[in-house]
Design a protein around this ligand. Structure first.
Ligand SMILES: [Zn+2]
Length: 328
């Protein structure tokens, strides 16, 4: 029986239950927080307690699993997630990879095949270690890979990261989620690159596809075998909820319910707003939180004609297929 790694260890894939496929717990720049936030707007104990409360509220809605693609570049720090996971009856799946829209971090700039320090691609080594041995000294294993292809497209840095992700996927079987720009339709570039690298596109989620309402673009991606991340509910700035709902209903009607997964891309705390986080966020994006889907979106999908079986596909069956290592 297939299992998937979570912060608290392996879980049977069949037991994942309703799953939100792209939620962060924290989004932080460690340097920003340590130098400008500690003792000011960042209070570790208060933020951990706040996260426990918000995730318990999510669990009370019947969601059993979240997939947290917070990698280097977004402030991944597994010991803090472990503290939270101990206090919440929720599966938290974590990721390996790198979050960069254009440039490679300097830490990978000089190391690699043919570079100053000539060696096998160090990103593949690092991502593989996260998946096979565990992240740092935590013993927690990553269960998926994450990279970005944003509006800037396949810059040299982005392409090197994406190829390292594809190669780690080929070696480990871990599935991929790729951040894309719905407005720039950069999902096409990502899918093409993964196809050329021989990736199993059934194991690729095109993140933030749901920021677009262009059905031709979305069907083209889904027809490749990839899964559409309808995963930014509450971020009305990129696409308001009624439009996101209408797009999902239109795709479901056309037979694509087996190619969509749901999420908010939310978090308990993001340091992009600095001081005044809670107030700024409540004003700018009041629905951008973990329970918007359970409370508002699922009823709206039902009203738009999406069936209970199709909702189950998006919340349960598609995540289960994605995390099953054998070909679907
Ligand atoms: Zn995200």
């Amino acid at each position: 029986m297939a299992t998937v790694e979570t912060v608290r260890g392996p879980v049977q894939v069949a037991d994942l239950g309703p799953t939100l496929m792209h939620e962060h717990v924290f989004v932080l720049s460690t340097e920003h927080m340590q130098n400008y936030g500690e003792g000011l707007w960042w209070d570790e104990e208060a933020r951990v307690a706040d996260a426990v409360g918000k995730l318990r509220a999510l669990r009370s809605k019947g969601i059993m699993t979240i997939v947290d693609p917070t990698v280097w570049g977004l402030g991944r720090y597994i010991p803090r997630i472990q503290r939270i996971a101990e206090q919440v009856d929720l599966n938290i799946v974590v990721a390996a990879g790198l979050y960069a829209y254009e440039e490679l971090p300097q830490q990978y700039h000089y190391r690699g095949p043919g570079l100053v320090m000539d060696m096998p691609e160090p990103m593949v080594t690092d991502f593989t270690r996260d998946i096979v041995e565990g992240i740092g000294a935590t013993g927690v294993k990553a269960a998926l890979l994450k990279c970005c292809v944003d509006a800037a497209g396949l810059t040299p840095g982005v392409e090197r990261i994406a190829r390292a992700v594809a190669r780690t996927h080929a070696e480990t079987g871990a599935p991929i989620t790729v951040h894309t720009s719905g407005a720039a339709q950069s999902g096409r570039l990502a899918v093409d690159l993964f196809r050329k690298e021989g990736a199993d596109l059934a194991k690729v989620v095109v993140g933030h596809a749901g920021d677009s309402n262009d059905l031709n673009y979305l069907m083209e991606l889904a027809d490749s075998g990839a899964t559409l991340g309808m995963d930014r509910f509450g971020l009305d700035l990129f696409n308001p909820t009624p439009n996101r709902v209408a797009t999902i209903a239109a795709l479901a009607e056309r037979g694509y319910a087996d190619r969509m997964v749901l999420a908010h891309d939310a978090n308990c705390y993001i340091d992009y707003f600095g001081a005044g986080h809670d107030e700024v966020r409540a004003a700018a994006a009041p629905n951008w939180h973990y329970t918007h889907i359970s409370d508002d979106v699922l009823p709206a999908l039902r009203d738009a004609g999406v069936t209970e079986a199709q909702i189950d596909q998006m919340l349960v069956d598609n995540p289960r297929r994605y995390f099953s290592r054998s070909a679907s």
